[in-house]
Structure formats: C-alpha cells, structure tokens
Design a protein around this ligand. Structure first.
Ligand code: HEM
Length: 375
C-alpha cells in the first residue's frame, strides 16, 4: 500500500505542476495537496505510529483510511470542476475529516495500550491530524456562515499547509535526516518536545491572523521560524557534509526544510507584496524535495520490509544519485515560483520527472539483486 501511495503522490505532483498553466488554481493545489500528499501522509502515519508507540503492526482496516481520505479529496476535486456539485465540497470535507478523526482516535488508543512514554514525534502527528480536522470543519462551517467565507477559506488554507502538512513534515524530518546520515541525534526527542508548542502556536496564529487579524499572522510566522530555523542551524552543525553532497537523500531533506521556511517567509512578505505566490513555493520548493527525499530513504524498506540487505542499499544508492543537484533545482524552482514566474513550477516539475524516471530505472535494474543480509 505505501509504495502505491508514494507513486500516486509523485504522479499527482508532476501532473499538477505540468498542468498548472492550464487548469484552475484550486484544482491544481488540491491535486498536489489533497490527492497527492494527504493519503500518503495517512499511509506514512499508519506505518510510523506503531514504531513511535512500540506497538504491533496495525490491522488491515487501517489501510482503508488513506483510501477514505483519497475519496474525500476526489469528491472535492469533482466539486471544484463541476458547477452543479457544490455539495461535493461538504461531502468531501466530511469524508476526509472522518478518516482524520479515525486515525486520531486510533493513535490515542495506541498511547493507552503501550508500555512507557511514546516517542515525542507522536504528539507532532496528532497535532497535525487535529489541524486537518479543524481545516475541514472550516469548510463545513462556511455552509452556515457564508458571510465569513473569505476568513474560513484562509483558515482552511493555513491549518492545512502549515498545520497538517507542516507539522507532519518537520516532525518526521527531525528524525529522518539523522537516520539518513547514519548518525542518530540523541537530542532529537527533547528537541521535538520543546519545539512542538512553538510550531502549534505559530500555525494557529498564522491561520487565525490571516483569516481575521493580520498582525497576529506575523507573530505566528516568527513563532514557526523558531523551530524550523533552529533545526536548520542544528543540521548544518551536525550534518553539513551529508547535506552539501552531490548524491543522497540528505540534500533533498535539507532543501525541503529550506522550502518550508521560504514558504513562511514569502507568506509574510506577501502581505505587502501581493504579487508573491507563497503557495507556489510550498508546492514547487517544499513538497517535491520532501517526498522525493523521503522516498529515497524509505521506499526500499517499504517495498521489501524486514531485514535490510544488499538490495536495499543498492536501490537507495541509485534513487539518491544526483539528489544534491535536484535539491538545488527544487530550491530555484520554488523561489522562482514564489516570485510568480511560471518557469519555476515547470523547473520543479521537470526535476520531479527526472526523479520518477530515475526511480523506475533503479527499480528495474535492481530486480535481480538477491536479498541477503549486508550488516
Ligand atoms: C479533502 C477535502 C477538502 C475539501 C472539501 C477542501 C475544500 C476547499 C475549498 C472549498 C476551498 C476554497 C476554494 C475556492 O476558493 O473556491 C479550498 C481551498 C484550499 N484548500 Fe482545500 N479542501 C480539502 C482538502 C485540502 C487539503 C488536504 C489541503 C492541504 C493539505 C487543502 C489546501 C487548500 C488550499 C491551499 C486552498 C487555497 C486555494 C487558493 O489559494 O485558492 N485542502 N479547499
């Protein structure tokens, strides 16, 4: 299931970035965020939550939650495209919110049944799911308060991008980059615990501020800059060699963190420079390096779970070839996209297509490698 969700996300990103010149903005954004990213995040959470709580693998029913989320996203997409289907927005929001609430209840249940304290990354995932539920409730609320539509739409936008996707991404990146580098960071647990309140406060202040009271959004952007900025500085101190490399997943994961920080910066700057396009930084400069970097590290283990062998090492090496070059191209694409240059989105789309083709070739060429144990 997880590899299929990775392929779906990559295909949705590439299709949306390529189609961005022709299709409507809301459709393109939901193709990337709701059809591509949301089901993948659900799949990744159902994989990581048992690890974070040291509990058994989930039952098969949990596999239906990413599909339920995808169904909600598809309903919303249909509603955006068909003029007579306004009800599809509300139905899509209900379906996706049910999937998020079910995942949240399951995660809370895992907390109760585990021995000891869960890994602090779990609280980041639960906060992210809570943001998604609130973001979808904002869409439902617009049916009752149409006069608040503009504010509720901005609330939905920021709770989803900075909250649902941002909290999941930064909470995962903090653990994933040290794993990729092969040198775990003993401080990552306390770091996650200390910085979650800043990230949650930042999300809520930006969302409420952008919806109803501008100055609050500035305070929120500063609050979010604290965890993301500190993580970046910490990485540069500990993992500089891996990040500034030609190959591997580390440059892409670092580019994703930089892209996230730039989205917040462009969002703040857009209040006095309306020509800027922060959501383009998010979809061209943050999500593609995040998903391609995470896929480079995690896809081999998801394709063949169990003992890590020569096949995993070789596939990871092939997926990560020229990861450093792609990281730079995604950064340039994100910044150009944020400055409303269409070429930026196309550059990111082309870079992502390069990764997809490289991944297909890597899978085909490693098929014959036996799965014997390497370490
Ligand atoms: C699956 C259920 C969802 C529904 C029913 C839904 C519904 C909507 C609606 C009705 C709008 C306003 C469209 C307009 O201005 O006409 C909107 C905007 C937006 N939504 Fe969603 N959404 C969903 C999921 C998501 C997710 C998962 C994300 C991100 C993770 C997301 C991000 C956004 C963004 C960024 C905008 C602003 C688009 C713009 O700038 O014009 N949505 N959504």
């Amino acid at each position: 299931m997880l590899p299929a969700l990775v392929y779906l996300a990559l295909a949705a990103f590439a299709a949306a970035l390529l189609g961005s010149l022709h299709a409507g903005r809301v459709v393109v954004l939901h193709l990337v965020l709701a059809v591509g990213a949301m089901p993948l995040i659900f799949g990744a959470m159902s994989h990581f939550i048992p690890v974070l709580t040291r509990t058994r693998a989930p039952g098969a029913w949990l596999g239906s939650l990413p599909i339920l989320a995808l169904a909600g996203a598809l309903l919303a997409m249909a509603a955006f495209s068909l003029p007579d289907m306004l009800w599809g927005r509300y139905a899509g929001a209900c379906v996706a919110a049910s999937a998020a609430i079910a995942m949240l209840i399951w995660s809370r249940g895992r907390r109760k049944t585990m021995l000891g304290r869960p890994h602090p990354g779990l609280a980041w995932y639960e906060a992210a799911l809570a943001c998604l539920v609130l973001a979808l409730l904002a869409i439902l609320a617009s049916a009752f308060w149409p006069q608040q539509w503009a504010g509720l739409r901005r609330l939905h936008l920021h709770l989803n991008t900075l909250g649902f996707i941002g909290l999941t991404a930064v909470g995962t990146l903090a653990v994933l980059l040290p794993t990729v580098a092969g040198r775990p960071d003993p401080e990552v647990g306390p770091w996650l615990r200390r910085h979650l309140p800043w990230a949650v406060a930042g999300t809520l202040l930006v969302a409420v501020g952008a919806a109803w009271f501008g100055p609050l959004a500035w305070v929120g952007a500063v609050a979010w800059a604290i965890p993301s900025g500190r993580l970046g500085v910490r990485w540069l101190r500990r993992y500089r060699a891996e990040i500034l490399a030609w190959h591997g997943a580390a440059p892409l994961l670092a580019a994703a963190l930089a892209g996230f920080g730039l989205s917040i910066l462009f969002g703040a700057a857009a209040t006095f420079m309306p020509a800027l396009a922060p959501t383009s930084v998010f979809v061209a400069g943050f999500l593609p390096p995040l998903v391609s970097g995470a896929a480079t590290q995690l896809l081999p283990g998801w394709r063949r779970p169990g003992a890590q062998g020569a096949w995993h090492t070789e596939l990871r090496r092939r997926l990560g070839r020229f990861g450093g070059v792609r990281a730079v191209l995604f950064c340039v694409g994100g910044i150009a996209g944020g400055m409303a240059r269409e070429g930026g989105l196309l550059l990111s789309a082309a870079t992502l297509l390069w990764f997809i083709l490289q991944a297909v070739a890597a899978m085909m060429n490693t098929r014959t490698i036996p799965q014997e144990k390497v370490r």
